[in-house]
Write a protein that binds this ligand. Structure first.
Ligand code: THU
Length: 129
C-alpha cells in the first residue's frame, strides 16, 4: 500500500526549497523506493537556462546515487492547475528504472491526477544495439 498523502506532502515540502528565481514556478517531487524510502527533489534553475534541472530528476538521481534503483511511485507537486505532469525528459530518465512506476501529480488546490509511467511515456527510447 502506498501512502499517497505522505508522498505528496513530501513533494510539497521539497517544493519550498525550489530554486526557481527565473520562472518563479516551484516544483517538488518525491520518489518512493520498493524498500519504503522516500527521496525528494526540487527544481534548480540556472542563469544559463538550459542547465536547469527538474524536481523529478533531482529526486531520481538522489535515490540512484544512494544505491536505490527500484521505484514504486513518484509524486509531483506544483501550483499549476491542472497539476503539472513530469516533462518528457524526466519521463525518459524515470523509464530507465522501469515502466511500472505510479505517478501522482498534485497542486495547491488539492487536485490530484494519477497515471502510470507507461501511460505518459508509452514508446520511450530503449538502448538496443
Ligand atoms: N519543471 C520541473 O521541475 N518539472 C517538470 O516536470 C517541468 C518543469 C521546472 C523546470 C523549471 O525550473 C520550471 O519548472 C519551469 O519550466
Amino acid at each position: 500500500m502506498i501512502d499517497w498523502d505522505e508522498l505528496i506532502e513530501s513533494a510539497e515540502s521539497a517544493a519550498r526549497n525550489a530554486y526557481a528565481v527565473y520562472s518563479d514556478f516551484k516544483v517538488g517531487a518525491a520518489i518512493l523506493t520498493v524498500e519504503g524510502k522516500i527521496f525528494t527533489g526540487c527544481n534548480i534553475e540556472n542563469s544559463s537556462y538550459g542547465l536547469t534541472v527538474c524536481a523529478e530528476r533531482v529526486a531520481v538521481f538522489k535515490a540512484v546515487s544512494e544505491g536505490f534503483r527500484d521505484f514504486k511511485a513518484l509524486t509531483v507537486y506544483s501550483e499549476a492547475i491542472p497539476p503539472a505532469r513530469p516533462c518528457g525528459a524526466c519521463l525518459q530518465a524515470l523509464s530507465e528504472f522501469g515502466s511500472d512506476i505510479e505517478i501522482l501529480c498534485g497542486n495547491s488546490k488539492g487536485e490530484k491526477d494519477r497515471f502510470n509511467l507507461r501511460k505518459l511515456l508509452p514508446e520511450g527510447f530503449t538502448f538496443k544495439k
